[in-house]
Design a protein around this ligand. Structure first.
Ligand SMILES: *Cc1c(COP(=O)(O)O)cnc(C)c1O
Length: 393
């Protein structure tokens, strides 16, 4: 597809190759490990450069389903190439593992998804030092950079605490110093934020979330610029990364309707966030698209929309028993990990247990909210009853 089309049009048509699909709109599902070659010469030719992906070589290296999904994401975010992995977390770990070696220092935003942090703990016995930085550091990242700093990892907004990072400022400092920048772009999806166009080298998605959109798959995607694609692709091959064909198929289907789903999540979440900010039980609403909220100005400058995931911090006098009673009382909002599916979810968050010492200012309980596609008044009524439980003596 030519670049002149708007992103909504791109979402519907990107990565399509109807000619190779007998005219069918969607690629058939390719289940398979072995790929048969015509001759030894053909086998040698195809395998001479596994990074070039001349033709299917072996199921683990991808198939027409993954090629279609990869090219769709590459096109949407303006990358050079995309690498798929079996989960969002493995997209994070594969990217970092592909780039680092013993003796390196890496900088990770203190707002990162906890499992990303948990993975970094695994790096220190390998002689790779992780340092966490304030997500709002902006160009101040320069003061953290050492001679052996290999990469800077961002997540914006942080998926529990919702700080918005000054991505262009960080990318520009790192570019000058030759340091690779990576962002976990799951919250915004390719629809609302395009980090590679702002100078970031690698954009990661847990396609498990909004892209698949139906809570029925695990998939990670790593969209790279030209300089990093060969390294990350080779790393994924060495690590044995293999995205399941059925998950890829479902995720590509989800991508086609992303713009309508995400706009609905966005609108409903904004109404609920505004309503929650008027509730006497709520200390603070952490939602970057809410005027006056933390990070709003940067969000407005860099993003074209907001997804349906945000958090509230309750007034500090509510104790754990009351907060648990509130969450347990909800009938529509489910209690569970993940987000980006059609359904509304809540999750208690505990940034104070893993953030840098003294950096988390929130005093009350944090509840993360994913606003699904249910009726808005039903959702509000559900939370309203939850507040009754919260206030019960
Ligand atoms: C869920 C999530 C991941 C991990 O995705 P999985 O598919 O569950 O492994 C990574 N980053 C963020 C921000 C997430 O919310």
């Amino acid at each position: 597809m030519k670049k002149k089309y708007a992103v909504e049009t791109g979402l519907v048509h990107c990565g399509q190759d109807k000619a190779s699909q007998g005219g069918f709109v969607n690629p058939p599902l390719y289940r398979g490990s072995t790929v048969l070659y015509e001759s030894v010469a053909a086998m040698e030719e195809i395998n001479s450069d596994p990074l070039k992906l001349k033709a299917p070589a072996y199921g683990r290296f991808g198939n027409p389903n993954s090629r279609a999904f990869e090219s769709a994401l590459t096109e949407l975010e303006g990358g050079f190439g995309t690498v798929l992995t079996n989960s969002g977390l493995s997209a994070v770990t594969t990217t970092i593992m592909s780039l680092v070696k013993t003796g390196d220092h890496i900088l990770i935003s203190d707002s990162c998804y906890y499992p990303t942090r948990n993975f970094c703990n695994f790096l220190s016995p390998l002689g790779i030092e992780t340092e966490y930085y304030d997500p709002e550091i902006g160009s101040g990242i320069e003061s953290k950079i050492r001679v052996n700093t290999r990469l800077v990892f961002m997540e914006s907004p942080g998926s529990i605490s919702f700080e918005v990072q000054d991505v262009p400022a960080i990318a520009s400092v790192c570019k000058k110093k030759g340091i690779t920048t990576i962002i976990d772009n799951t919250w915004a999806t390719p629809l609302f934020f395009k980090p590679l166009l702002l100078g970031v080298d690698i954009s990661i998605h847990a396609a498990t979330k909004y892209i698949t959109g139906h809570a029925d798959s695990f998939l990670g995607a790593i969209i790279c610029n030209e300089a990093n694609y060969p390294t990350v692709r080779a790393g994924a091959i060495k690590l044995g990364q293999c995205a399941g064909a059925e998950d890829v198929h479902r995720s590509l289907r989800g991508l086609r309707t992303l713009s309508v789903r995400l706009r609905a999540h966005e609108q409903q979440a904004l109404v609920l966030a505004e309503w929650l900010s008027t509730r006497p039980e709520v200390q603070e609403v952490l939602h970057p698209a809410l005027p006056g909220s933390r990070g709003h100005d940067i969000w407005k400058r860099d993003f074209t929309g907001a997804s349906g995931l945000f958090a509230i911090i309750l007034k500090p006098h509510y104790k754990k028993d009351s907060v648990d009673a509130m969450i347990n009382s909800l009938k529509i909002f489910g209690l569970g990990h993940s987000w980006g599916g059609f359904e509304s979810l809540v999750l208690p968050g505990h940034p104070e247990t893993f953030r840098l010492k003294g950096s988390w200012q929130g005093k009350g309980a944090l509840i993360r909210i994913h606003v699904g596609l249910e009726n808005l008044e039903d959702l509000k009524a559900d939370l309203d009853l939850g507040f009754v439980c919260l206030n019960r003596p």
